[in-house]
Ligand binder design. Structure first.
Ligand SMILES: [Zn+2]
Length: 76
């Protein structure tokens, strides 16, 4: 999972994690999806053959679709 290392850290605003749904300050962005540090670590240490990994991917996919929709609607 080397690709995750190049992702930027968030600013100190707090965002909702796409995996655990908790509002966290520290985490990373996968495109527009926020993942907290705890989930990021779990994701990194989860084998791609692990069923949990598939679960993560499903959650991330859902989250990115939801975020895209939100952006398209133009919140402001
Ligand atoms: Zn999380």
């Amino acid at each position: 999972m080397e690709a995750l290392n190049s992702l930027t850290l968030t600013q100190e605003l707090g965002e909702t994690c796409a995996i655990c749904n908790e509002t966290r300050v520290k985490g990373i962005h996968l495109y527009t999806t926020f993942i907290c540090m705890k989930c990021e670590q779990e994701l990194i240490h989860t084998e791609t053959s692990d069923p949990k990994y598939k679960e993560y991917l499903i959650k991330l996919k859902k989250a990115s679709a939801a975020i895209k929709q939100f952006q398209n609607e133009g919140a402001q």
